[in-house]
Design a protein around this ligand. Structure first.
Ligand code: HEM
Length: 125
């Protein structure tokens, strides 16, 4: 049961955001570990953040109260995007594989936390 009254457009966008969340999670598990995979992560995370911005915009436009956890959720989303961009840069440098791996793991943890907060905000966990 979602805590907030959503418009039809918000429900469509939230469903897209929900589906993309699991695509991001699956990609993070399988694609975080090499240069090509990190390119894929940058792309799907970029899509997810864009979808999140649209959901947040629709939520704001519906004058519904913003969930208190939303700021943390948004920051985690952007942190994941930055972590994979850093991982890609580090991975391209000679001897940078270890630090790129650490940045990828940070990105994966940010995604998992963003998913948990997202599900919590919508009353599913
Ligand atoms: C790694 C990136 C992100 C992931 C994995 C993610 C995941 C999720 C998930 C799983 C939900 C619950 C969806 C549902 O129950 O149908 C959610 C809700 C939401 N997300 Fe994200 N999200 C991410 C980034 C963002 C960003 C960057 C924004 C905004 C700029 C955002 C805004 C929202 C909003 C507004 C909600 C709905 C809150 C509500 O209705 O109470 N998300 N997110």
């Amino acid at each position: 049961m979602r805590p907030l009254a959503h418009t039809p457009a918000m429900d469509v966008m939230l469903t897209i955001h929900f589906a993309l969340a699991w695509l991001v999670a699956i990609c993070a598990v399988f694609f975080s570990w090499n240069a090509l995979g990190r390119r894929v992560m940058n792309a799907v995370l970029g899509l997810q953040v864009l979808a999140g911005l649209i959901v947040a915009g629709l939520l704001g436009a519906s004058h519904a109260p913003m969930p208190p956890l939303l700021i943390g959720h948004v920051l985690l989303g952007f942190a994941a995007l930055i972590a994979y961009a850093v991982a890609r840069r580090l991975g391209d440098r000679p001897g940078g594989a270890g630090r790129a791996l650490i940045a990828s793991i940070v990105g994966l943890l940010c995604i998992a936390s963003a998913i948990y907060l997202g599900l919590h905000m919508t009353g599913q966990v």
